[in-house]
Design a protein around this ligand. Structure first.
Ligand code: AMP
Ligand code: MG
Length: 485
């Protein structure tokens, strides 16, 4: 018996031409390995039923309730700057939408459900390590207060899939998102010159994400502005955590402002603005410090796609869209200053202080996360722990701390609040790798679950968990991450 979920299907009903109806592949032995029960309950789903055999059949796309209309979404996208007019879900399915008890609509999406007509050369599969990685990092992001798609479940399929290190356990990730509309979704119709369908898509996106703009004569322009505002806040939050997304292609930038696609992402340990983890990002296009510039570049691609809906006169449309992009640049800067002001326990951003802090870190190998946890003591005069994070703590650090103390006094800052904004635990790469290897090589989930518990409670130091707060040893090799895993 299929698990009883009443799916709605607004995407399937309203956006013909943007998908192919499709089914999941058959698997030998689908099993639920991990269910996000808290999320299931928030969605109003029956967690117990999902945990069992029928749940495994639903969450791997085998047996669906009648209300599901599974489909593979079409989209286009700029990947590393080059445009592909047709990408689409090569190994994923949208099962349908779930309206939660609060009335909020969510996509339920499977990744690793088999080849689709958009698979190109891919095998349509996902394997356990990367699927667990997405579960872990997206849960961490959620606990850190960052908008993100969320993992509902990890299932194993019972067969093995060939990857670069040999055969690995096949897996399917069930993912929840406010929607899977991306910049690339708009680019799909724009590239085909299908203005009527583009208009339908805009109306759909507005109804779903910015319903107050429904019917507005300048809806396209204001929608662009909203997407820019959401993305500016999102990227500012990433910057405040040392998060490097790794593959900010336009097909991986959501309209909702949620982080999506956890393939090659990683958190930076020691501060270096040029940090890149992805094996294919040779130019550093998606390096830590380049993320805000890429956000604006991607937004310009969305603007291009929307031009014909912004104004019939192309020149005027370009002028208006350019204003929005410039406004987003300023908005990002404000969001970035706001994020770092909060990390410093300040009520008002102090740009000179914040920029001075970034300058302090350069070339010092400072662990980005630990710096902020050592600050409350340092500002109260005990700066040994903070200074120990620097390769060569100098006068500039002493001077900056004095300046910081002055700003704290002037603003009546409450340093006790800082620990609520600065995590002790992030999914550090060496810990992530260690837990994923254990899970996929020996089936041992204990290390994974221990790390998951830490990153789900990132602000609360736990007894005996010191190793989770430390960066990798300095001599450890730099972690390399991969796309399409
Ligand atoms: P990503 O880098 O994960 O954003 O993926 C880019 C595109 O490649 C998307 O269209 C994916 O659906 C597709 N893709 C990635 N891995 C696979 C795979 N193993 N099989 C089929 N399609 C894939
Ligand atoms: Mg993607």
């Amino acid at each position: 018996m299929p698990v009883a979920i009443r799916f709605e299907n607004s995407y399937a009903e309203e956006l013909q031409g943007l998908y192919v109806p499709w089914q999941g592949q058959e698997w030998p032995d689908p099993q639920v390995l991990l269910l996000n029960t808290a999320l299931a309950e928030r969605l109003g789903l029956d967690a117990q039923a999902l945990q069992g055999a029928d749940g495994a059949r639903l969450l791997t796309g085998q047996t669906l309730p009648d209300s599901a209309r599974p489909l593979a979404q079409a989209y286009a996208g700029h990947q590393f700057g080059g445009f592909s007019p047709q990408l689409g879900d090569g190994r994923a399915l949208l099962l349908g939408e779930i309206v939660d008890p609060m009335g909020k609509r969510h996509d339920l999406h499977l990744k690793g459900s088999g080849r689709t007509p958009f698979a190109r050369g891919g095998d349509g599969r996902a394997v356990l390590g990367p699927v667990l990685r997405e579960y872990l990092i997206s849960e961490a992001m959620h606990a850190l207060g960052v908008p993100t798609t969320r993992a509902l479940a990890v299932c194993t399929t019972g067969d093995r899939v060939l990857r670069q290190n040999g055969l690995e356990p096949g897996a399917v990730l069930a993912r929840i998102a406010a929607s899977h509309l991306r910049v690339g979704t708009f680019q799909f119709f724009a590239a085909r010159g299908e203005r009527d369908k583009l208009r339908l898509l805009l109306d759909y996106a507005v109804a779903r994400h910015d319903p107050d703009l429904t019917g507005a004569s300048d809806a396209a322009l204001r929608f662009l502005e909203r997407v820019g505002a959401r993305q500016a806040r999102l990227v500012a939050q990433w910057m405040g955590l040392g998060f490097i997304h790794g593959v900010m292609n336009t097909d991986n930038m959501t309209i909702s402002g949620e982080t999506i696609d956890y393939g090659p992402c990683a958190f930076m340990d020691r501060y270096d603005p040029a940090t890149v983890f992805s094996s294919i990002d040779h130019q550093g296009r998606y390096a830590y410090a380049n993320q805000p510039a890429i956000l604006l570049w991607n937004l310009a691609r969305l603007a291009e796609a929307l031009l014909s809906l912004i104004d019939a006169d192309e020149e005027r449309a370009i002028a208006r869209a350019s204003e929005v992009i410039e406004a987003t640049r300023a908005r990002y800067r404000d969001a970035w200053l706001g994020v770092f002001a909060t990390k410093l326990g300040l009520f008002q951003p102090d740009p000179a202080l914040i920029e001075g802090m970034h300058a302090l870190w350069v070339g010092q190998g400072v662990d980005f996360t630990s710096f902020f946890r050592a600050l409350p003591d340092a500002v109260q005069g005990q700066d040994t722990e903070l200074a120990a994070l620097f390769a060569a703590p100098g006068q500039d650090l002493t001077d900056w701390l004095a300046e910081y103390r002055g700003v704290c006094r002037a603003q009546g800052a409450d340093v006790a609040q800082m620990d609520k904004a600065n995590p002790v635990y992030i999914p550090r790469n060496h810990l992530v790798e260690e837990t994923l290897s254990a899970a996929s090589e020996t089936g041992d989930m204990d290390l994974f679950l221990a790390l998951l518990t830490r990153v789900q409670n990132p602000f609360e130091p736990a007894a005996g968990a010191e190793r989770y707060a430390r960066p990798a040893p300095e001599e450890a090799p730099q972690i390399v991450t991969f796309c399409g895993t």
